[in-house]
Design a protein around this ligand. Structure first.
Ligand code: SAM
Length: 201
């Protein structure tokens, strides 16, 4: 597959546990409706294979399934087909390990796992370095995003790499996770850097 198709084997996981709280305690955060919808729409825009919401608590996974199920019904589709198309990408999982297993099962290759954070910790990769690495490997790509106060250090270290944090011209870079997903997906798969469809004006 050329680098122009990496998006078709790329997944986003929004991790609700293990993440830090403001006291650096490891917690599980609640799923929010906005994160389900907004990140699904970003994943649909960039042609990703799937968007996992990761939560260890069954009731939270069930809530997510119920929200998504509505948009898969004929009523939901009639209400808003665009929204329905995005939410069809949503899957729920109890853990990052389970997401990795599921992706490995469907691709018969383990995903390259790339963590994200506002906090720089070398070694870090630029988006284009991630792309060329994934392209050369033929493996799927799993992008981990945190909630709360971010992914635990264990997963930043366990991941195959950390994506260099997004920076603007200031020293403030604590973005909402929905914003971070949008920027990162565009840096990976947005025009004009990426092999985009010719039908664009
Ligand atoms: N409650 C917050 C919200 O609603 O977004 C959650 C914040 S959470 C810590 C932000 C997540 O977005 C981080 O774990 C990381 O995945 C991503 N993120 C935030 N700022 C970022 C940056 N400057 N560069 C890369 N990723 C960033």
């Amino acid at each position: 597959m050329s680098v122009g198709n990496v998006h078709q084997r790329t997944y986003v996981a929004l991790v609700h546990h293990p993440v830090y709280d403001k006291n650096h305690k490891v917690v599980a955060t609640s799923v929010t409706n906005l994160d389900i919808h907004d990140i699904a729409r970003a994943c649909r825009t960039y042609g990703l294979s799937g968007y996992y919401l990761v939560h260890p608590v069954g009731a939270q996974r069930e809530l997510t399934r119920r929200i998504v199920a509505h948009w898969k019904t004929s009523e939901g589709m009639a209400q808003n087909e665009d929204r329905s198309a995005a939410l069809r990408l949503v899957q729920v999982s109890a853990s990052i390990e389970e997401v990795i297993r599921e992706i490995q099962d469907s691709h018969r290759l383990p995903p390259i796992v790339v963590a994200t954070s506002a906090r720089p910790r070398p070694p870090m990769l630029q988006p284009h370095e991630v792309l060329t690495g994934v392209d050369a490997s033929e493996r799927p790509l799993l992008l981990l995003f945190g909630t709360g106060w971010g992914l635990v250090d264990e997963w930043i270290e366990k991941a195959d790499s950390l994506l260099r944090p997004i920076w603007g011209p200031t020293d403030y870079n604590h973005l909402a996770v929905r914003t971070a997903v949008g920027i990162i997906l565009d840096r990976l798969f947005g025009e004009p850097r990426y092999n985009c469809g010719e039908h664009r004006l």
